[in-house]
Design a protein around this ligand. Structure first.
Ligand SMILES: NC(=O)c1ccc[n+]([C@@H]2O[C@H](COP(=O)([O-])OP(=O)(O)OC[C@H]3O[C@@H](n4cnc5c(N)ncnc54)[C@H](OP(=O)(O)O)[C@@H]3O)[C@@H](O)[C@H]2O)c1
Length: 333
């Protein structure tokens, strides 16, 4: 009999999530049935969408029940198999949940190749909620052209770091917005942004005006709220504003603050488009092929912040929401 340790939601967060909203529980897993595999979870993807699933029915990405393991995508290693499709030792991507071991029907999982990149890359640069999201938002919705001035918010996070690099590959001048001098240095020195703007340092609107005097052609927004307004005030004629997410709103989804300056859109003949990555599923193989190529050429890198130990899953959620990481945040249970 195999046991699993899981991070369970015990109380819906009141605003910012805190570790006391979760508990760590141990349970025994049942016997494997035909078609199922037993997985040892190797890495869990700490994604912003997890925060909204902790809320009640108004959750943007669906809701989870109190008393159940927190939803999380991850990479697992097959330790026992009663499926013809997966063998012991295979690495798979799927909805692991915040736990150390899990049983899934093989049809729910995707086997990932580890020849060129470690399996956890399928949560990061090649991950649906990270690299493919950045691709869909920046290259498909943003329609970047060479010479565009592109601004990305939450640029030092997972999606933002890749979005900046994709815009650079497309020939844009890229300005990343992040909180604090260390993150701004990370953006220019590691991610390759041309400039960085620290939204915690004061007047972001004035800073963007100085950095993009001819206006922003594409704004890739992960944050919403005041950051979105500061960017809207600085868009150029014909700009594309891509709404990828709005993390500044996720702790209070009943009182979402919309953009005050949305009239800059008609004034400047601009457009605003939102997207969810799953809408572009048919393009995933092409996106993966392109990103894999750029990884091989050394044109894309995604630093990882790995928190060891499944019992630290609750603190990882707190870290994500408070911006205590750079690049892709993962938990290794
Ligand atoms: N459209 C889609 O299909 C899709 C798919 C996946 C993800 N997303 C969106 O992509 C965005 C990034 O997600 P991620 O998982 O990659 O997370 P992440 O960027 O790695 O981490 C979140 C970052 O947001 C910043 N942040 C948090 N609260 C903030 C606030 N109040 N104001 C400004 N910045 C704040 C923090 O950075 P600082 O230290 O710089 O504040 C933090 O590091 C989220 O909005 C998410 O919903 C969308």
């Amino acid at each position: 009999m195999t046991t699993t340790r899981k991070a369970v939601l015990t109380k819906r967060p009141d605003g910012e999530p805190v570790e006391a909203d979760f508990s760590i529980e141990e349970a025994e897993l049942p016997e494997l049935q035909e078609g199922e595999v037993l997985l040892k979870v190797e890495h869990l993807s700490i994604d912003a969408f997890i925060r909204t699933t902790l809320d009640g029915p108004q959750g943007l990405h669906g809701t989870m029940d109190v008393g159940t393991p927190v939803m999380a995508l991850g990479i697992g290693r097959v330790v026992d198999s009663r499926s013809d499709d997966l063998n012991q030792g295979d690495a798979v991507f799927g909805p692991m949940g915040a736990q150390t071991n899990v049983i899934w029907n093989a049809s729910m999982l995707r086997k990932v190749e580890e020849t060129d990149v470690p399996a956890r890359t399928y949560l990061g640069a090649l991950g649906m909620t990270t690299g493919l999201t950045a691709y869909a938002g920046m290259l498909v919705c943003g329609k970047i052209e060479e010479g565009d001035t592109v601004v990305v918010s939450a640029a030092a996070g997972a999606v933002g770091s890749i979005a900046c690099q994709l815009a650079k590959i497309a020939g844009a001048r890229v300005i990343g917005i992040a909180g604090g001098p260390d993150k701004c240095k990370f953006l220019t020195d590691v991610i390759g942004c041309d400039e960085a703007a620290d939204y915690k340092a004061g007047d972001l609107n004035a800073r963007l005006k100085a950095l993009a005097p001819d206006g922003i052609n594409v704004f890739f927004d992960n944050v919403g709220g005041d950051v979105l307004d500061a960017a809207l005030d600085n868009i150029a004629k014909g700009a594309r504003v891509v709404i990828c997410g709005a993390i500044s709103q996720y702790n209070d989804m009943e009182h979402v603050t919309g953009p005050r300056l949305y009239l800059r859109i008609p004034e400047r003949n601009a457009s605003m488009i939102g997207f969810t990555v799953d809408q572009y599923a048919e393009q995933f193989p092409k996106m993966e092929e392109d990103i894999s190529g750029w990884i091989k050429e050394g044109r894309i890198n995604l630093p990882e912040h790995v928190i060891e130990g499944g019992d630290n899953f609750p603190s990882a959620i707190v870290t994500l929401m408070s911006g205590g990481h750079m690049g892709k945040l993962l938990v290794a249970p």
